[in-house]
Design a protein around this ligand. Structure first.
Ligand code: FAD
Length: 440
């Protein structure tokens, strides 16, 4: 009997990458040694995966095996004095929030969707809208139980260095995380006091970030990436904080579904440019209350929104550039995107704080991060992304593997100086399409 099923086309979140795999979906962690043994007998590399929310190929292992951990989703223990929760690594952040919120706790760091697993979040050392104060999720992990393909189980503690630092942000390549202990934070309410301020240029964005980040927990900006000339860098800045008392509401599931691929004709520079101008016009500066899930996970209310980009899918491009180079580099990236008329509506700009990530391969570092969506138009899109790479590299920045499906080996090596130390902790039975591509 085999634990793996052939799947001819596993698709990444950006829907550009489709690869054949053998996939296993264990319900109990004691099935893992048998699956590892089966893959070893077949001579196939394995990759542990979660809910498949990585845009490119970090969650793919074409021609090899995937172990989908999303059924290993049990909560194991919670200490209400320290706020430390222990859970199986396949638990979703949505489920953790549904447990924590009624008890007056919240996740310390959340990405822009709660439909990711805890293991996936740690393997990419995800960041959120509070990075300037809280750092990345790896800063909040107390302990990881890791199963290597040699059958050894390791319990890795925060501060122990070595394999712990390689596993946080380690892209699933150091072993299978089976349990994780995470420190939660207290909240009085899931209601946020939020304010939005429109800005007309990049210098205004940097001034607003500087002024508000010391005072507000969450900040994020949306940028009109098609606006050029005097409107270059226009957008709106949002800041929000949990209010002290009020509702503790875990929020609901998706409110709308996106049932079909949108025809590509709908996504042309004119329609996107008009949409961006409209959004900019409709967001006057102002303040008010907003539910945490609306502010932190705006796209979660539309199920399957990635189909908006049609059958050819999309690339997301997320970089971070160091503080000294940030203003010039972000201006150059936006100029290039606007000139190429290829970018799309969802451009997000945010400054990262100085708290270092523990992970040897973690993406977040002090500086400014820009995330841009590009509908896949083949070579024309790849050519624009190569030009953006040159700007990021020149500025001493790096790209986010969780979003990437095309960066070169040179770009990866230039951005990740911890790679040498990381490589010593690789599990030889694991691999991914991303890893084979960037290390070839
Ligand atoms: C709408 C949206 C918004 C997002 N916003 C943000 C954001 O604000 N900040 C941010 O940092 N990221 C963001 N992301 C990216 C997302 O948080 C990461 O890609 C995350 O890792 C996805 O988790 P997953 O469970 O889907 O894992 P998958 O995509 O399935 O896998 C991701 C990686 O984790 C590894 N992995 C998964 N489970 C395990 C395990 N148990 N043991 C070892 N390795 C494992 C896999 O091998 C792979 O390398 C966003 C993604 C989407 C779709």
């Amino acid at each position: 009997m085999t634990g793996f099923m052939a799947d001819a086309s596993v698709v990444s979140w950006g829907r550009v990458h489709r690869e054949a795999h053998r996939v296993a979906r264990p319900a109990f962690s004691d099935e893992l040694p048998g699956l590892i043994e089966e893959a070893r007998r077949l001579g196939q590399p394995l990759l542990p995966v979660g809910l498949g929310r990585s845009y490119g190929d970090t969650g793919l292992n074409g021609g090899g095996g995937l172990i989908d951990l999303s059924r290993l989703d049990r909560l194991i223990a919670f200490d209400a004095t320290t706020g430390i929760v222990v859970a199986e690594a396949g638990v979703s952040l949505a489920r953790l929030l549904a447990f924590a919120i009624p008890r007056g706790w919240y996740l310390p760091v959340v990405p822009g969707t709660r439909f990711v697993t805890l293991g996936g979040a740690v393997a990419n050392d995800v960041h959120g809208k509070n990075h300037h104060g809280a750092g990345s999720i790896g800063n909040w992990v107390e302990e990881i139980e890791l199963l290597r393909t040699d059958g050894q189980r390791h319990v890795l503690r925060k501060g122990s260095g070595g394999l712990f630092d390689a596993t946080v942000g380690g892209l699933g390549l150091t072993g299978i995380m089976t349990r994780i202990a995470l420190r939660l934070r207290r909240i009085g309410s899931t209601s946020l006091a939020a304010r939005t301020i429109r800005f007309g240029s990049l210098p205004e964005f940097f001034a607003l970030s500087h002024e508000h980040e010391a005072r507000h927990e969450y900040t994020v900006s949306w940028i009109d990436c098609l606006a050029g000339g005097r409107s270059l860098g226009r957008g709106y800045f949002s800041a929000a904080d949990h209010v002290d008392t009020g509702e503790l509401d875990a929020g609901g599931g998706p409110r709308l579904g996106f049932p079909a691929d949108l025809p590509e004709i709908a996504l042309n520079p004119l329609s996107i440019g008009a949409f961006n101008s409209l959004v900019y016009a409709l967001h006057p500066s102002g303040a008010g209350r907003v539910a945490a899930d609306r502010f932190l996970f705006p796209l979660d209310s539309i199920r399957g929104w990635n189909r908006l980009y049609g059958r050819r899918g999309m690339y997301q491009y997320q970089c971070v550039v160091p503080p000294a180079a940030a203003e010039d580099a972000v201006a150059a990236l936006l100029r290039e995107t606007s000139r190429a008329r290829q970018g799309s509506f969802l451009a997000v700009l945010k400054t990262f704080g100085a708290l270092p990530s523990p992970g040897l391969l973690s993406f977040p570092r002090e500086g400014t991060t820009l995330a841009l969506d590009f509908p896949n138009r083949g070579e024309a899109t790849l050519a624009v992304l190569d030009r953006l790479d040159a700007i990021v590299r020149e500025a001493g920045g790096r790209l986010y593997p969780a979003k990437d499906g095309r960066m070169s080996k040179q770009m990866f090596l230039a951005g990740y100086p911890g790679l040498g130390a990381f490589s010593g902790h690789l599990d030889p039975g694991l691999s991914s399409s991303f890893w084979r591509r960037v290390m070839a």
